[in-house]
Design a protein. Sequence first.
Lengths: 168, 159
Amino acid sequence: MSGYRFDKLKILVVDDNPHMRKLVVTILQAFGVIQIFEAADGERAWTVLRETNPDIVIADWMMEGMSGLELAQQIRSHPQTPNPFVPIIMLTGHTHIDQVRQARDAGINEFLAKPVSVKAVMTRLTSVIENPRPYVRTKVYFGPCRRRRAGDYQGPERRAETAKQAAE
Amino acid sequence: MARQKPIELFMPPNMLKAKVGGGTGGGLDMAAIKRAETAMESLKGEFAGWAAQDVQKLEAARGRFAKTPDADARAALLRAAHDMKGQAATFDYPLIARTAGSLSKMIHDTTKPIPLGLVDAHVSAIHVIYRDKVMDASNKVALVLIEELEAQVAAFLAA
């Protein structure tokens, strides 16, 4: 038993599908989370985020208007972000490796693949509580370290080089 | 290898852990999981209505795309198919999830104009699976249909 005080958490759930939001909110409430904020799109999520400063954001990837990826990038890098370190759990049906890389590069901490299961939600919450990743700041990226291990990395910025080569 | 560009790597204080405490050995809170599974069961009564709404939403997106197959209509159709792929398994319709997955793959994996006939075949299959309440993932008739749709999508994407 973890013995977490989930009742102390503030969680923002962002999904344009009301059924999926209700599913996630129901699970969180059963875990004991009391302060749950909902948003149906990325723009509204940004407003709610700034008003409530949640401890965790659970966001869908594919939404009309601002996508979950764009929201994550904004949370990490916007000057008015209330907390650039807030853990972001990306709710997604995308499981292709390229899409996983894309989300990692946007600064998300964990994936929650659809269909959603209770155990998967608990596992991701436990992971962001118990195993936070170090953060990285480079010229082209700010967010959780895309490697799982902390360390004093001294090598080249391979992702930046790859992105530059792809652009060329 | 020598450092080529400045990289700042740091560990912010774990405010989350400080807030929620607990975590004896990092194990999962099985009591909370049990409560949530019970809550999910209680939601199942609503799933049929939710699935019906998702099918209607997909059919509406198909109608919009058929009328005006522009980028917005294509994006709306992809979102509807993608939502359905993600949710149908939760609603106990695994074959709808698979069919919707095939449809969203066809739309997502190419920038080519997508054939309305193949969109319609997917939407019709989903409609029939839902209408006949096919919840068994091994239903032979439905599987033959889905495998054919997946083959058609693969051929379209490869062409």
